[in-house]
Design a protein around this ligand. Sequence first.
Ligand SMILES: *Cc1c(COP(=O)(O)O)cnc(C)c1O
Length: 377
Amino acid sequence: MITAEAVINLSALRDNYDLLKHKAGGKGVIAVIKGDAYGHNALKTAKALKQADMFAVSRIEEAIELRHAGIEQPILLLEGCFCQKDLEIAAHHHLQTAIHCQEQLTDLQNASLSAPLSVWLKLDTGMHRLGVQPYELSDYVEQITATGKLAGPVGFMSHFSCADDLNASSTQKQIDLFLSQTSSFPGPKTLANSAGILFWSTSHFDFTRAGIALYGISPNENETGRQHHLRPAMTLKSRLIAVRHHKAKQPVGYGETWTAPKDTYIGVIAMGYGDGYPRNAPEGTPVSINGREVPIAGRVSMDMITVDLGPSAQDKVGDSVEFWGENIAIERVAKHVGTIPYELVIKLTKRVHKRYLDHTNPVDHINPLPHQTDLNE
Ligand SMILES: *Cc1c(COP(=O)(O)O)cnc(C)c1O
């Protein structure tokens, strides 16, 4: 029997892509599939997104794997190549690369490339993590162009630091700076991440870069993806492996951190931090079982989670339990845990079995229950 399982809905990914493309005013959308597509499997995601204009990853190994598997769309290396040899490999595989510093420019100058390369110059507009400074920009453009190794004009990219915060004044400043610095150059421009697509319509330029929203998750911690009409792509599930009668005042689990206030049934689920479910999920974090929500009781252990099923529970060993996805918004779980959904999806371990649904397979349809959208419980 399969217990811990992440069910990935490929048609949800496609719908989300199309919705984001629409929200970005039809501009190009780069599907960000770094980190194994935020834990959803990069190859399955790339194959499902036949309509994607372009993909982006963080490491060259991720891009090479996609090329070896036959993915033909353009692939952008978001942080560029970290040495000259990688730049030569990138050109060989027709990858597009970022340049954000002097070392990467020097590598380009020294590299002997087997094919022309598409280069995106990364400008620091306020994140202050990567990127050349505004006063250096035109000098970089000149030097990159002078190498004669480019497939087209230099592109421009930058990254938001606070676009998920609708009240942050820094986002408009970043947009204005990006626009004023790059508008006189002919190359393509990309600034917006998911939050930029959803909340900052003047940030869309020629290409947007959609990560978290592609997976149906809100980039803003006070909303759910569903509030933006996105569909959760991943549902994390497992099964009850024990239902135990439990007396009032008895504790459960390591450290005896939780004690039953009254007689109840404790459900033991095959899921733990060994599967990537966060160990610091506190008691009260919801799971969904047989159409209702029940709270985690006691500590998350490596292979098991205990929940308070309540005194009148009818649940049986083998029953399916959902941790996030169709019925429980992952944004709610992240709030309980004190993290962001990005971390929850990417940390699942390989012990979690992955199953892929497609609308071409109607047997696999999941019926969502009415969804709780209020995150301020
Ligand atoms: C990860 C990443 C994105 C995608 O961000 P989301 O918030 O997941 O949409 C976009 N651009 C860069 C440079 C990134 O590293």
